[in-house]
Design a protein around this ligand. Structure first.
Ligand SMILES: [Zn+2]
Ligand SMILES: [Zn+2]
Length: 119
């Protein structure tokens, strides 16, 4: 494959538009670790990566919020289960609130893991 701008042999393809890129082009585009055929493509690559990062950060934040919320619900359900044992000893009620506590605890743990490691 030849470079899109020169007659020299391409060393790779542009990570953004897929055209052939020679060493000169790659150096003038300066897209960091990625190959780009032109400064315009290098800019687009950086912009795309920034957008991806901010989307990832946002979903990490919402996962963290969901994690806290789940733990809160788990705590409330546990309180409800303990309350049910003392004040309203009904097997169904105790079973239901305990099941809720376990489910919320599990989802809190799950969201917390997503928030720490990303997707
Ligand atoms: Zn390109
Ligand atoms: Zn070139």
């Amino acid at each position: 494959m030849k470079c899109h701008a020169h007659t020299t042999e391409a060393m790779g393809v542009c990570a953004y538009c897929g055209r052939g890129v020679c060493l000169d082009c790659a150096q003038s585009a300066a897209a960091g670790p990625r190959l780009a055929c032109s400064p315009a493509c290098a800019n687009s690559l950086v912009r795309t990566e920034l957008a991806m990062n901010s989307i990832l950060r946002k979903s990490e934040q919402s996962a963290r919020a969901s994690s806290y919320y789940s733990y809160l619900c788990a705590a409330l359900s546990t309180g409800g289960a303990i309350g049910a044992v003392y004040y309203l000893p009904h097997p169904y009620l105790i079973g239901f609130t305990s099941a809720c506590a376990v489910i919320f605890l599990a989802s809190g743990f799950w969201y917390g893991r997503i928030a720490r490691k990303g997707f």
